[in-house]
Every structure is written in C-alpha cells, then in structure tokens.
Write a protein that binds this ligand. Structure first.
Ligand SMILES: [Fe+2]
Ligand SMILES: [Fe+2]
Length: 131
C-alpha cells in the first residue's frame, strides 16, 4: 500500500493543503482488519472528498482556471468509483473489492492528481494573485 506523506504534497494554497492533509489523516488511519470502523472511515473519506472537490472547483471559477472541464472530470470519476465500491461492499466479495480499491487505486490517484492537476491549479492561482 502506498505511503502518503503530506510534506510531499504542499501546494502553498491553504484551502487545498488543508483538504489534502485531512484526507491523508483519515486515509493513513484506515484499519482494514475492522470492517465496521473501515466502513465508517471510508464514509468520512467520501464526505471529506465532496467538500475538498467542491472547494477546489470554487477556486477554479474564482480564478478562471482554464482546465476546469478536465479537472472536474477527474474529480467526478474518482468520486463515482469511491461511492460505487462503497455501495457494493455489503457482502464479502464487495468488501474485498472496496479494500483493494482503497489500498491501491485511491492513494495512487490521490498522488497523481495532486502532482498533475492540483499543482497546475495552484500555479494558476499564484500567477493570478501576482497580477
Ligand atoms: Fe485536491
Ligand atoms: Fe483536484
């Protein structure tokens, strides 16, 4: 499983850094051996992610971010997957799929997304602030 370290993902845009920190905080404490707390914590990740994405999308509007369509599509896609696997986890096979999604795909997506799209958004915001 991927080791997420917040210090690797600082973008110097407070609201974004805060959401990324909050995500990592919940994520690194997931207990894959306890199904009950796991479902509760993944539900918290879903709720946290909804706010995280909507705050970023607000920044996109505010700073007239040019790649808003692509960026929003990436958000929608991972949130759809996350909810999909969460909702299918009402039997042992579904739980297995959810766990492997959370161990592999989700942290990898998180890292790739920050390095590519979120850092691009952060750069646009910084440039606009300097104008
Ligand atoms: Fe983000
Ligand atoms: Fe994003």
């Amino acid at each position: 499983m991927k080791n997420l370290d917040i210090n690797k993902y600082i973008l110097d845009i407070d609201v974004m850094d805060k959401h990324h920190k909050d995500f990592i905080e919940i994520f690194i404490n997931l207990d894959f051996k306890n199904d009950e707390t796991l479902m509760k914590d993944i539900n918290s990740i879903i709720l946290q992610t909804i706010t995280h994405f909507s705050d970023e999308e607000e920044l996109m509007e505010k700073y007239l971010y040019p790649r808003v369509t692509e960026h929003k599509e990436e958000h929608d896609k991972i949130l759809y997957e996350l909810k999909y696997f969460y909702n299918k986890a009402n039997n042992p096979f579904g739980k297995k799929l959810l766990k492997s999604f959370c161990k592999e795909r989700l942290p990898q997506w998180f890292e790739d997304h920050i390095i590519s799209m979120d850092s691009d958004l952060a750069q646009v915001i910084k440039n606009k602030k300097m104008e």
